[in-house]
Design a protein around this ligand. Sequence first.
Ligand code: NAD
Ligand code: TDX
Length: 372
Amino acid sequence: MTDSRASITKRRLLVTGGAGFIGANFVRYWREQHSAEPVIVLDALTYAGNRANLDGLEGPECRFVHGSINDTELVEGLLRDEAINTIVHFAAESHVDRSIEGPDVFIEANILGTLSLLKAARKVWMLEPEADGSPALAHHFHHVSTDEVFGSLATDDPAFTERTAYAPNSPYSASKAASDHLVRAWHHTYGLAVTTSNCSNNYGPYHFPEKLVPLMILNVLHGVALPIYGDGMNVRDWLYVEDHARGIERVLDDGQLGETYNIGGCNEWANIDIVKLICATLDERFADDPALATRFPKSPAASGRSAESLMTFVSDRAGHDFRYAINANRIETELGFSPAVTFEDGVQRTIDWYLNNETWWKAVMDGSYCKT
Ligand code: NAD
Ligand code: TDX
């Protein structure tokens, strides 16, 4: 196995799913830190993809391409024409509840989509040069995955390490686990230069309001019930999205090819406590800024009630994983990464972002944002 990563002097990135939540935050971070390294965003603009997430970024050095990772010829063309040497692969169906209602699209996007990308990458970076008698092109395929592939922990179980056996429980996590295995196999069998990261729950700007944190914020503003699945005691580890981007950057820079890295916040919270924190923070915001009661008259704080009055226990998610926790020792000790944003700060920043970006979430909620 040759380490072709080392010979990349200037990265030219293809970011799949770059119009989604984490992908768009990654592109923002990357353009700020590496303005000389061009980015092509490839995104199918599903319900979760939103070109407005890239507002202010698009230009000759950051180009958007509307298309699917399942379109292997399109991907091959981009790799050749744009001389891409690095793929950062975010594109996926990402919502567990949707995977329970309709798993097929998760298999299509997450498994077959990843297969399509791997085939395109191998063909353009390895097989075509070999056919000409040349060495493989310098390349790096980074696959973005999740802690959910490791399954569910009990309260006292040790956190997931990179060696924890896979035990995915939902159609979503099963599809991500399958994609992780494909990436591993393309390295082991064909020598594709790959890395994978498995990250915990992200939160922050541009988060689609079907996921816990943005859903709770917007429901409080609209005076709508806050649905808490089961008893609210399920535990997740939370990481501010920009820290995830920084973690991926560390893996791209210094990660060992063929290896996987856990990324997490060392920040476990029961769902009910997150909801209470969001409620308390919004109550404070309304107390400090009387204009919010005028902007959001249906919010409980506008009539002197606490946001917690909206908390409602609802039926549990089918197969609901009890707890996820990440042991992030490897990325910390080998690559020097630890989160920069505390949870308290991250939650404040996130709530402020939603208060200051009403145009964004209104367009997302009524589906009127620019799709192409
Ligand atoms: P998201 O749903 O917000 O965005 C996914 C993006 O992928 C969208 O822009 C969508 O249009 C695009 N997409 C879907 N299918 C596509 C296809 N066939 N071709 C091209 N684009 C397609 O998801 P997210 O929360 O930003 O997650 C991004 C990645 O990170 C996913 O792979 C997810 O599994 C992983 N991840 C997410 C979290 C989290 O907390 N959200 C945590 C760990 C890992
Ligand atoms: O309305 C809700 N009420 C509720 O109690 C929603 C939407 C969620 N929940 C619970 C379910 C989970 O225990 O909150 C927790 C977080 O739920 P989600 O935001 O749906 O995230 P989760 O299922 O943990 O998965 C997320 O993190 C890992 C992402 O959606 C995945 O893409 C990522 O891989």
